[in-house]
Design a protein around this ligand. Structure first.
Ligand code: C2O
Ligand code: CU
Ligand code: CU
Length: 484
């Protein structure tokens, strides 16, 4: 990193960050020495400050965990998905990212309400981290819950080739379950040699549903079999880390209770039909009452795309608890609220957002009838590309004021719309109140949906608001909200 770059965001750089950048420039050997102790990559120090080191680099990964060929990928610490970061709510966290990729990168802490300079958007909130450099992210995650991290530079390729991981911010007193597990769900396109198929960002896909892979992994494994005992109560954290694939997962066998959405507690409730709808970047925490016969495998069906439903390799019963528990009253699973400011709807300022563009019609039938380079737009303007530099805000929001956004999807496609830096309350869908007090950072809009959300603009900075179908984002479906 040049001195000019450091100066570029000098306000947000601590001396340590500047040193890390210089260290990166000098390509020093790792592990890096922290304040008192030498810390191995990825380890958390239990002394107040939580210190983590992540290296992004090329890596080989075997999705089948067999003796067959590995897939050439990009990974954090050589792992696909990246290491699970488990941290404490409200305690300072420091993550040093070392870029050993050939490309610029950053880390975005998806869903975390953090200072703008730590948001990981190159050109907007920080300079890009060039190959061979390092960057230090420092923040104290204010909310407990299930979050994730991924690059915000050349995201189609970088995330699409493996860079993503889960970030769990632990509750002070987590609910009493027998197991707390997470599934990072990701789809891939692999060729016969098990290598990732190129062609990222082709305009035809970008104007339609985006790049949907043909194979879905759980935590980087196509044959993941999650062991359980009959009678166990499991907390399952689902993370959709796909570039474009939407899922509707059938957990009806296990009497699922939704306890959190996008990391934020909701009123515990049973999802409609026992199925969980999960767009790209969305997370849901479930309480499941496991049941089954020892030795049997229970797949999880995903039937979102009606013609393409498939079984996700899922749970395997390995025995039964001598004393199984009943899930009991649903209300007991209510998680402690995070410190989110409550929107003042009566005093809210209103903003209208219209999503436009894409090819017309539903899946199939429209090929050849629309231009193959259909782009997307928000309120008539398309911001494209990856650099994010020079993005002008769609609106400037007054700090501490409540905003009520009406987002209307004037397209024939689904869009998981994501706001950085804040969580919002989902108020209404197509005029009807949304129950269970659902806070979110990503809201999924079906074609022609009108969704209303509200939040208090308490976090100053330039925050991206974009579709998390990465092809859509790249081809115009993104903008910036400025909070002053
Ligand atoms: Cu997870 Cu701007 O994204
Ligand atoms: Cu985000
Ligand atoms: Cu979209």
């Amino acid at each position: 990193m040049s001195h000019r770059d450091i100066g570029w965001s000098s306000r947000s750089f601590s001396r340590r960050q500047a040193l890390a950048c210089l260290a990166g420039l000098a390509a020093t050997a790792m592990p890096v020495r922290s304040g008192q102790a030498e810390v191995a990559s990825g380890r958390t120090v239990r002394s107040g400050l939580q210190e983590i080191f992540l290296t992004a680099s090329a890596a080989d990964h075997n999705f089948w965990a067999d003796s067959g060929p590995a897939t050439g990928m990009l990974a954090y610490d050589g792992k696909v998905p990246g290491p699970v970061l488990r941290v404490k709510q409200g305690r300072p966290l420091r993550v040093t990212l070392h870029n050993r990729l050939e490309d610029d990168t950053t880390i975005h802490w998806h869903g975390i309400r953090l200072p703008n300079a730590m948001d990981g958007v190159p050109g907007l909130t920080q300079p890009p981290v060039h190959s061979g450099e390092a960057f230090v992210y420092e923040f104290s995650p204010p909310d407990a819950g299930t979050f994730w991290y991924h690059p915000h530079a050349n995201s189609l390729q970088q995330q699409g080739r493996g860079l993503a991981g889960v970030l769990i911010v632990e509750e002070d007193s987590p609910p009493a379950v027998d197991r707390d597990i997470h599934w990072v769900l990701t789809d891939w396109r692999l060729d016969d040699e098990r290598q990732i198929v190129g062609g990222f960002g082709n305009p035809m896909e970008a104007g339609m549903a985006g790049r949907i892979g043909s194979l879905v992994s759980i935590n980087g494994n196509f044959r993941q079999q999650e062991a359980f005992h009959d009678g166990e109560i499991v907390r399952l954290r689902l993370i959709n880390a796909c570039l474009a694939r939407i899922m509707r997962l059938d957990f009806s066998r296990y009497n699922p209770i939704v306890i959190a959405i996008d990391g934020q507690p909701c009123d515990p409730h049973v999802p409609v039909d026992g199925r969980v709808l999960l767009g790209p970047a969305m997370r849901v925490d479930l309480i499941l009452s496991m049941n089954g016969r020892p030795g049997r495998l229970y797949a999880i069906r995903d039937d979102f795309y009606p013609a393409l439903s498939y079984d996700l390799s899922g749970f395997v019963c390995i025995g039964s608890l001598s004393r199984g528990r009943a899930p009991g009253d649903i209300g007991q699973w209510s998680l402690p609220r995070n410190p989110l400011p409550e929107p003042d709807l009566a005093a809210a300022a209103r903003i209208g957002i219209t999503i436009q563009g894409g090819m017309m019609g539903g899946m199939g039938g429209m090929m050849g009838t629309a231009s193959s380079n259909a782009a997307w737009a928000i309120n008539g303007s398309s911001m494209t590309g990856d650099g994010h530099a020079g993005m002008r805000p769609l609106a400037t929001l007054e700090r501490h004021r409540t905003y009520h956004l009406s987002i209307s999807n004037d397209t024939a496609w689904w869009h998981p719309m994501h706001l950085h830096g804040l969580s919002f309350l989902v108020l209404k869908k197509n005029g009807e109140s949304v129950p269970h007090r659902k806070w979110a950072d990503t809201v999924l809009l079906a074609p022609r949906d009108l969704v209303e959300i509200a939040f208090v603009a308490d976090n100053p900075g330039d925050w991206m608001f974009h579709c998390h179908v990465t092809d859509h984002q790249k081809s115009g479906l993104m903008t910036v909200l400025r909070i002053t």
